[in-house]
Design a protein around this ligand. Structure first.
Ligand code: ADP
Ligand code: ZN
Length: 743
């Protein structure tokens, strides 16, 4: 690289929390080996530190620079464009640079103690190939002969596998080695995440008209850079995945690579298999359930160009794919793309930004696009491709809304969990041996423990939320901080034993279903019932093979699953998220109902979705009933515009936390005063005010919420004010740009 000669200075981020880049001189001896992206060891204070070169330059801004001590590894770990992306993340999301750099360089790769696994690899000496040799051996040492025969048919093998196949020990192989019949040397083995079954390869399908148009648009984007991103809007089962697969194939045909992002919860072996069935070993999988070793090896398979397609959750957007041509973000509206700790990036937005810089095409797919994305598509910033119907003209499920207020009247004014309509429909499905899914987005038995005598409600001591009752192990649990208490036998305040468990969770639904349908095989799936390793897969396997009639679950069952025999879905309480103090509550409810509906009727029989609600005329519920995304969008976008909410503005949420409410409140006031004069014109500042959940995990939380269309200036204002504040050790802050959760 010729530029090295003039670039004698390296800008280095040191692997400890200091929001700075440091300059180091590159000694002549290292001239050829230090690049942007290199991992290095540098003197720092009195010690030595691991660092990471983020840029090279010809001029130093400081005098008397220290020299880089050594370089780790031969090749730089990441390229220039990923480094640029991490710097953008630092700036845009207001995060320290070394945190942003950590995104592009995962811990498993940075850590020195995770490394390649070396094992003995055994090969056959040519002299031992002859039949005569094997024949002679078989009489005296039959085990050795077996080893030789296996090697003859395989060419070479890792020692461990060889011993396993030959049913023998390493000593036998060693004896052969001493004779000179085999050789052994170390080789790197890749730790690969396991697939549970053999994958049968698939071939590309003939695309339908709408799929073809979508693929054409994506190809054009890949070839010309226009449109910079394509929003692929299509209901579940409309053939989006087939479009992704063929778009990837096109990228590969151009000697390029691709990244596929899916929400963590949908990253099941089922999803991965569809990609592996088309592309085999060219796939690398990256997600949080891998061991450190597996993650390290998958990353290096990409880095060393053994794999050219990365599929994974949020963090896979940083995969170092060579000649990246395409990024697919499936379920682009999903909130799991937002990282809830610094740097608080949204992988969908990072994908679009990476696409512009790389450059490469970006496909955002969803049945219920985020309002932000749909608006970008409507205003021609993105291309819009629509898959209007399910493949094979399968009918969309029929959605029925049941007014639970009317049900309660029938029930002497008492609210009930199951409407007559839903009960009848389940009976009908049981009689026909079809399957039912019941959905409720709250786990546990009851949402609170209360005493009707004195009004006592069991609350968490650390958080301002009520404790959820879990009758399985007779406990009260805080779903915020995880605190657990024994379920009291009587009211701890007044001693009355006539306490009530109010509200409903999946566990209670399971109990009621058991009573209503004693013959049915019922299974619950939520994070309480899937703590054991693979229990998730086991339950789904049982359901798929027809060993479960009714599956009760939280949002864990709402996404990405395909079960053709499910013809009924019951949404127990659709209002659950609707009354959250969050401007996206309606959007989330619409998305969830549409998602859930997508699980029904994927086989021959059209599905029925029964939505139970106390607010049947809410626009989100009505639009979901009509499966009408554009209608929902038109209505919701008006509301956002009127109140200057995203996508008409960007939103920054600054949260201050302290064990003392007064301290948090006091500093929040001071910070708000400091921010206000720096804000761009027409910016809106709300607060400081206590967060909707004021106390969480023992900390009081105060929020300042800022909205403006001039996001850079707004973020600068916050950064400056935060930088000018003297932070005492008992108050911490978090800056969340484009916040998705305001609780
Ligand atoms: P989505 O990703 O939108 O949920 P999929 O790509 O999974 O949709 O498609 C749904 C089903 O239709 C899958 O079983 C898929 O194999 C099938 N399919 C998709 N496209 C076609 C096509 N062009 N011809 C025939 N079958 C298709
Ligand atoms: Zn708590």
């Amino acid at each position: 690289m010729p530029q090295i000669e003039t670039n004698t200075i390296a800008r280095v981020v040191v692997d400890i929390a200091l929001d700075r880049e440091f300059e180091y001189r590159i000694p002549d001896s290292l001239n050829d080996s230090v690049h942007a992206g290199s991992q290095v060891v540098v003197p720092f204070g009195r010690s030595k530190r691991d660092g990471f070169v983020v840029a090279l330059s010809g001029h130093a801004q400081h005098a008397d620079l220290k020299e880089i001590e050594s370089v780790v590894g031969e090749k730089p770990l990441v390229g220039e464009s990923l480094l640029e992306l991490s710097r953008w993340i630092g700036r845009y999301y207001c995060a320290p640079i070394e945190q942003a750099v950590r995104c592009v360089l995962p811990a498993a790769v940075r850590a020195r103690d995770v490394s390649f696994r070396e094992q003995l690899f055994v090969t056959l000496d040519p002299a031992a190939q002859s039949d005569a040799f094997v024949d002679a051996l078989r009489k005296r040492a039959p085990k050795q002969a077996t080893v030789i025969e296996i090697l003859k048919s395989h060419g070479g093998m890792f020692l461990q596998e060889l011993c396993r196949q030959a049913g023998t020990t390493a000593a036998v192989v060693q004896a052969l080695r001493t004779k000179g019949a085999v050789q052994a040397g170390t080789r790197t083995v890749r730790r690969r995440p396991e697939m549970d079954r053999e994958i049968l390869p698939t071939a590309p399908l003939d695309l339908m008209g709408a799929q073809k148009e979508a693929l054409d648009m994506i190809r054009t984007s890949m070839d010309t850079g226009t449109p910079p991103a394509v929003l692929l809007h299509g209901v579940t089962g409309s053939g989006k995945t087939e479009v992704y697969l063929q778009a990837i194939e096109y990228a590969l045909s151009q000697d390029g690579g691709a990244i596929v992002l899916v929400p963590e919860i949908a990253l099941t072996p089922q999803t991965v298999e569809r990609f592996a069935a088309r592309f085999g070993d060219r796939i690398a999988v990256l997600h949080s359930h891998l061991s450190e070793g597996e993650r390290h090896d998958e990353w290096h398979r990409i880095h060393d160009r053994e794999a050219c397609i990365a599929i994974g959750a949020r963090s896979a957007v940083f995969a170092p794919i060579h000649n990246l041509k395409l990024i697919v973000v499936d379920e682009e509206h999903d909130s799991s793309y937002k990282q809830e700790e610094a740097p608080r990036y949204n992988a969908r937005d990072v994908a679009v930004m990476r696409g512009a810089r790389e450059p490469c095409a970006v496909v955002l797919g969803s049945a219920t696009p985020a309002l932000e994305s749909y608006r970008n598509a409507k205003s021609d910033k993105y291309g819009l491709a629509i898959l209007p119907a399910r493949v094979d003209n399968q009918k969309m499920p029929h959605m029925e809304v049941v007014d639970m207020r009317v049900e309660a009247q029938r029930n002497d004014g008492k609210p009930c969990a199951f409407s007559k309509r839903l009960i009848d429909a389940i009976h009908d499905r049981l009689a026909k041996a079809e399957q039912t899914m019941l959905f409720l987005n709250r786990r546990g038995y009851a949402s609170s423990f209360m005493c009707p005598q004195c009004g006592y409600v069991a609350g968490c001591g650390n958080c301002s939320v009520s404790m959820t009752c879990h009758t399985q192990d007779d406990t009260l649990k805080c779903h915020m901080c995880g605190d657990v208490r024994k379920l009291p036998e009587r009211c701890p305040e007044c001693g009355d034993s006539a306490y009530r468990m109010a509200g409903i969770g999946t566990q209670r639904v399971e109990t009621i279903v058991g009573k209503l349908f004693p013959k049915a095989r019922v299974q619950r799936m939520d994070s309480d019932s899937t703590t054991a390793k693979n229990s998730h897969q086991k339950i789904l396997g049982k359901f798929r093979t027809g060993h479960i009639d009714i599956l009760v679950g939280t949002q864990m069952i709402a996404k990405g699953l395909h079960f053709p025999n499910v013809t009924l879905i019951g949404v127990i309480y659709a209002d659950m998220g609707l009354h959250m103090p969050d401007f996206r509550a309606g959007e989330r409810t619409f998305q969830l109902l549409t998602q859930v509906a997508g699980r029904a009727g994927r086989g021959e029989i059209p599905g029925l979705v029964i939505v139970q609600t106390y607010t049947p005329f809410h626009p989100a519920i009505q639009a979901a009933r009509r499966l009408d995304f554009p209608g929902f969008y038109d209505q919701e976008i008006e509301f956002r515009k009127e109140l200057s909410y995203p996508p008409f503005t960007r939103l920054v949420c600054v949260t201050l936390r302290s064990r003392s409410a007064e301290r948090a409140s006091f500093l929040a006031e001071a910070l708000a005063k400091a921010i206000e004069p720096l804000l761009p014109k027409a910016a809106i500042m709300a607060g400081p005010a206590p967060a909707p959940i004021e106390k969480a995990r023992g900390y009081y939380r105060f929020q300042i919420i800022l909205r403006s269309s001039a996001v850079k200036k707004m973020v600068d204002a916050v950064r400056t004010a935060v930088g000018n504040t003297k932070w005492p050790s008992d108050v911490t802050y978090a800056i969340d740009v484009d916040a998705t959760s305001l609780l």
